[in-house]
Design a protein around this ligand. Structure first.
Ligand SMILES: [Zn+2]
Ligand SMILES: [Zn+2]
Length: 298
């Protein structure tokens, strides 16, 4: 495992350099202060029961790519979800200084966070957690059930409360964690139950992006509108990647936002296949159309 992570970081240095060169090509949105924001879609609200009224926004704080010239990239992933009943920080990146710097540039306040979700216990998703809790420890932290004693102690020593769920769990109105247990892997993903369909946010997707989408669908028995985050497809052949894209199509995934550890070539193939339904992901704000279904609808 340590060797795998080491290899990932070695590859990451190369990819980050490439990403920084490509950043200019990927710029489709700005960050805070009135800059343009990425819009996933402008689909109409579906007819039906009255849905929740708050606009949902995902702000990526840490990623291998950026949508904003003002923000820096790094190997890892972190985002914050606002407009939900509770403000949720999902993963925390590999470098605490970079996480806090991007939070400040995007005008995200640590004090606003109610819940923290760590997808899995890899340093590119956990290292920023300690510095974040140094700023703000009054949050409930959902760790993966296999979190190391070091990670648990690191969180507890900063005064935050911990939960380590195995099963699918609703963590606030319209927001769920998937069942985290897969063959040989433990990783939890976030699922937003919106009027457009499910929005699934992944960390690295080590159990397989297809398996995670299946779990998300099983959790809520609804179709998937958007999957975003790390898809972990590095090193696969084009035909293997095409098969995965087809499986996601067969599962009814309408839009995709592959980023972080997905890999340059897989991202390119997703872009070719999904076209206008490909959502560029990077550090910056991503608007999610639709609203969360209120709890009374379940
Ligand atoms: Zn990982
Ligand atoms: Zn990762």
């Amino acid at each position: 495992m340590a060797r795998t992570i080491h290899n990932l970081f070695c590859r990451a240095r190369v990819i980050i350099l490439v990403a920084e060169v490509l950043t200019g090509c990927l710029l489709t949105a700005g960050c805070a202060n009135g800059h343009r924001q990425a819009e996933v879609a402008t689909a109409n609200q579906p007819a039906g029961p009255k849905a929740g009224s708050r606009a949902i926004q995902i702000t990526v704080l840490y990623d291998n790519y950026t949508l904003s010239e003002r923000c820096r990239t790094g190997w890892g992933f972190s985002c914050i979800i606002t407009g939900t009943e509770k403000c949720i920080l999902f993963d925390t990146g590999a470098n605490a200084d970079l996480l806090l710097e991007n939070m400040d540039k995007l005008q995200v306040r640590a004090q606003d966070v109610n819940l923290v979700v760590i997808s899995h216990d890899h340093p590119d998703h956990t290292v920023g957690l300690y510095s974040f809790l140094g700023r703000h420890s009054n949050a409930l932290v959902y760790l993966p059930s296999t979190a190391s004693a070091k990670l648990v102690q690191g969180v507890e020593s900063r005064g935050a409360k911990i939960q380590m769920p195995d099963n699918a769990l609703q963590i606030c109105e319209g927001v769920h964690l998937t069942d985290s247990t897969f063959k040989g892997n433990v990783e939890q993903s976030l699922v937003l139950d919106t009027t457009e369909g499910l929005v699934v946010v992944t960390g690295c997707a080590h159990p397989g992006i297809v398996e995670i989408v299946k779990k998300a669908k099983q959790t809520l028995n609804k179709d998937v509108y958007l999957v975003l985050g790390g898809f972990h497809l590095l090193g696969l052949s084009d035909s293997q990647i095409q098969r995965i894209i087809q499986q996601l199509r067969d599962l009814g995934v309408r839009k995709v936002g592959p980023s972080h550890c997905t890999g340059e070539r897989p991202i390119e193939l997703f872009k070719q296949e999904y076209r206008e339904d490909f959502v560029p992901i990077g550090v910056g704000r991503i608007g999610i159309p639709g609203k969360l279904w209120p709890a009374t609808m379940h």
